[in-house]
Design a protein around this ligand. Structure first.
Ligand SMILES: Cc1cc2nc3c(=O)[nH]c(=O)nc-3n(C[C@H](O)[C@H](O)[C@H](O)COP(=O)(O)OP(=O)(O)OC[C@H]3O[C@@H](n4cnc5c(N)ncnc54)[C@H](O)[C@@H]3O)c2cc1C
Length: 455
């Protein structure tokens, strides 16, 4: 009998699942409901549309709807799933074009509802000149606003990786930028001793940084637009606000269907992306994952995991054996001319978990020092002081950062020790790396420290 598979959410996780099922040749009728007017948009590329590195936003649409239709997938754009009855195996769908609702029955359901940007619960948070960047339409709206209103002063709230990307994107339009962050350093997900270079880069590129005080009010002018930002002790004027405060998983539909929400606030699944409810799977930014270093349940919403989880869910829904093995929290960000990577645990995170930690921070040439274009890279490695097991790394430099970050991610997944990392046979040629790669320099420095466990 043909299975009726319903998928809620038409971006990375949802369309990966749909494509996997369609390619498998299994006898299944796949229907995808996407509440917006587009599917398969590259959210990670949105800041580069705002910055005008990418002029035509439609290039961010990875696949046309017709591609999926030709594969037999019933893709329904502008169709929002507004209710879920897991007993009746039915979803209620609102057609946002005709404003009519209907019931759709499924045998198997995938929730791939993603996440939504956090809007601060302060006055003015929803004003017309306050922008979140989460969906394809958001960057188009922001660019249109900038082109029409020609704002001179912008404030970015939140110095997360997205906040920094947006600060850079707005600078490209010539806006004066104030970056407001409640924590005491930019990129709060990194150790503070690794973010000084990032802070300096932002300042050098003309960003005014305000740290240590949350925004308490977005002051509105007579027309309702935000005209100033207030913290407990400061006030500054602005013409535009962009939020970089992170996101929350979209779990409302799951909750309506009795699907378990775990300690992270996201949907809990097995490694085949099954939820606790019979016939319901979940994948992408709406679910938690297992952390490969700590074994803990974490919510780290990033693109590669969403795509992989979508594939695994697709496989599992048609009886396949694929499994999602977890994450190590690898992320990369470009901040003007600086490249930043992190993977695994920071020192702060490891200490918070009660681990006995050893760490080292080194600065070394990123390629042979005599080769033209050589610059410095800073590497911090964190390890378990007792066992010498590698726990994580953070890297800041102008070249070679993604490759080195990914080497450590691989080492973390393999459960390597600091000594193992120091032994890795990394490639060397003057234009690409020094004979002692910065990773090896750091591992050699940290090795003896981990053998002498610090209290
Ligand atoms: C600006 C930005 C930059 C990013 N940069 C990076 C990066 O550099 N590297 C990285 O790894 N990750 C990055 N990410 C994260 C990455 O984009 C996400 O992890 C990924 O898009 C998650 O895919 P998803 O399908 O789970 O969720 P989403 O992309 O959020 O898609 C969920 C979809 O479900 C739809 N939906 C939700 N509820 C319903 C409903 N009830 N009915 C119908 N449709 C519904 C939504 O409209 C949405 O299209 C970035 C994200 C953003 C926003």
């Amino acid at each position: 009998m043909t299975d009726a598979i319903a998928i809620v959410g038409g971006d990375a996780a949802g369309m990966s699942a749909a494509s996997f099922i369609a390619r498998s040749g299994e006898d299944a009728k796949v229907t995808v409901f996407e509440r917006s007017g587009v599917n398969s948009y590259a959210a990670c590329g949105l800041p580069y549309h705002v910055s005008r590195d990418i002029h035509d936003p439609s290039t961010l649409l990875v696949r046309e709807p017709s591609y999926f239709t030709s594969k037999g997938i019933d893709l329904r754009l502008c169709h929002e799933v507004v209710d879920l009855d897991t007993t009746a195996h039915a979803v209620t769908v609102l057609d946002r074009v005709s404003s009519t609702s209907y019931t759709h029955h499924y045998d198997k359901l995938l929730l791939a509802t993603g996440a939504s940007a956090i809007v601060p619960p302060v006055a003015g948070g929803h004003a017309a000149n306050v922008f979140s960047i989460r969906h394809y339409d958001d960057s188009i709206a922001l660019v249109q606003y900038i082109e029409q209103h020609k704002p001179g002063r912008g404030t970015v709230i939140g110095a997360s990786y997205l906040g920094l990307e947006m600060a850079e994107a707005l600078r490209a339009h010539g806006l004066e930028i104030t970056l407001a962050e409640g924590a005491d350093h930019v990129l709060p997900a990194m150790d503070s001793d690794m973010t000084g270079l990032v802070h300096s880069e932002l300042v050098d590129q003309g960003t005014d940084i305000r740290l240590g005080e949350p925004v308490v009010e977005l002051e509105q002018g007579e027309d309702g637009s935000v005209c100033a930002v207030r913290t407990a002790s400061a006030r500054w004027e602005c013409d535009l606000v962009v939020l970089g405060l992170g996101a929350r998983p979209n779990i409302e539909l799951a909750s309506k269907g009795g699907v378990d929400i775990d300690v992270t606030g996201a949907i809990g699944t097995t490694d085949t992306m099954m939820t606790n409810v019979d016939g319901v799977w979940a994948a992408g930014d709406c679910v938690s994952s297992s952390h490969r270093v700590t074994g803990a349940t974490v919510w780290i919403p990033l693109g590669p995991a969403a795509n992989k989880q979508g594939r695994v869910a697709g496989s599992s829904m048609i009886g396949g054996s694929a499994r999602f093995g977890g994450v190590v929290g690898t992320s990369l960000v470009k901040v003007f001319d600086l490249h930043v990577g992190r993977t695994g645990l920071t020192e702060t995170e490891a200490r918070r978990l009660g681990m006995r930690v050893a760490s080292t921070r080194i600065t070394a040439d990123d390629i042979a020092h005599y080769y033209p274009g050589s610059t410095k890279t800073t590497v911090k490695i964190v390890a378990d002081a007792t066992t010498s097991r590698l726990l994580g790394a953070q890297i800041v430099g102008r070249a070679g950062v993604p490759g080195r970050t990914n080497v450590v991610a691989t080492a973390l997944q393999a459960g390597m020790s600091v000594g193992d990392l120091a032994d890795v046979d990394l490639g060397y040629a003057p234009p690409f790396a020094p004979v002692w790669d910065p990773l090896l320099v750091a591992a050699n420095r940290l090795g003896p420290m981990t053998r002498k466990a610090q209290p």
